[in-house]
Design a protein around this ligand. Structure first.
Ligand SMILES: [Mg+2]
Length: 322
């Protein structure tokens, strides 16, 4: 088999788990190309010949992985997500077993799920139209403030940085949002309006229940609170009831759709998958890229379809050594 690993060595805490993965992955007769992305090798160049490989492994944090998935959209490349970042929320949402050897086994076995990607567009301060892919949550408001406050600590504290930052900003601005979902208009007051392709955050908490990245729909999430103390209620509900099916989510309203437009009363910060986009923006548009990526899943993943176990999955060998 031919493998391509595209690895961001600067991701997370500089973990070398990718090398344990590579060791577990390769068998006699295989060929493996590893490209380390950085200033001299942008990820765009690293993926230009992705179709020439049986599997492409994208290794990094959520940001790197998402930009690679966006480049691989609709290219029918069997893609394996390898978690090398601090939070690895995309990998957590996919639900594969995290051990490098288990990921290697799933990668060889080649079971895949067709997954959606989000695409978000906005106009920057210079008046230029910009577009990016997202795999988790993006949007405007308080959430972007949390991310901005968390950034200096993100490397050292990992995901705990976000909660720390939330508690240092007890009085977020209440905004009025004009929201259009597949042509239907809503007006809501709240502190953030997000679009989600995946709605599970740190601690396995689902911000809204039943969000999936294979249903061809984005979730629109409005945080209709006016202070951080109220924001703690849905967070607490999330801890008591991670799936959101029994307690529900106080102060959170959600819609689903394929095409979403959000405008705010005043310019506000925007974040894309946890990264704050510096410009203050008035509006954004998001759409779902349905079944854009063919992602490797193991049998335990919530995205695995039923079917026969393959030899690689059971660990049985085709030609066992005598
Ligand atoms: Mg969905």
């Amino acid at each position: 088999m031919r493998f391509l690993i595209v690895h961001n060595a600067k991701a997370g805490f500089g973990s070398d788990a990718i090398f344990a993965f590579e060791r577990a992955l390769l068998k006699g007769g295989d060929e493996c190309v590893m490209r380390v992305i950085g200033d001299t090798l942008p990820s765009l160049d690293a993926l230009s010949d992705a179709e020439d490989f049986d599997r492409v492994i994208v290794s990094g944090g959520d940001g790197t992985e998402t930009s690679m998935l966006y480049q691989l959209r609709n290219r029918a490349v069997r893609t394996c997500i390898f978690p090398s970042g601090t939070a690895n929320l995309l990998f957590a949402n996919l639900g594969n077993a995290p051990e490098p050897s288990a990921i290697a086994r799933a990668c060889r076995a080649g079971r895949t799920a067709l997954c959606d990607l989000g695409e978000i567009s906005w106009t920057d301060r210079q008046g230029e139209r910009r577009t990016r892919g997202f795999s988790l949550m993006s949007g405007t408001g308080y959430d972007a403030d949390i991310m901005r406050a968390a950034l200096p600590n993100k490397q050292a504290m990992g995901e705990a940085a976000y909660f720390f930052a939330a508690l240092t900003n007890p009085r977020p601005t209440v905004l009025s949002f004009r929201i259009k979902v597949d042509g239907k208009s809503y007006e809501r007051n709240g502190i953030a309006c997000l679009v989600a392709n995946n709605a599970m955050m740190q601690g396995d908490i689902e911000i809204v229940p039943d969000s999936r990245m294979d249903d061809g729909l984005l979730d629109v999430i409005v945080l209709e609170t006016s202070d951080a103390a109220q924001l703690l209620r849905p967070l607490a509900a999330g801890i008591l009831d991670p799936s959101g099916h029994s307690v529900g989510r106080p102060f959170i309203e959600n819609f689903q759709g394929r095409h979403v437009k959000v405008a705010t009363s005043t310019p506000v910060p925007m974040q894309i998958d946890g990264e704050v986009i510096s410009s203050q923006i008035n509006s954004y548009e998001a759409r779902v890229l349905e079944r854009a990526n063919e992602l490797i899943v193991d049998r335990m993943s919530r995205y695995a379809k039923d079917g026969e176990e393959t030899r690689e999955e059971t660990g049985e060998m085709a030609f066992p050594d005598a």
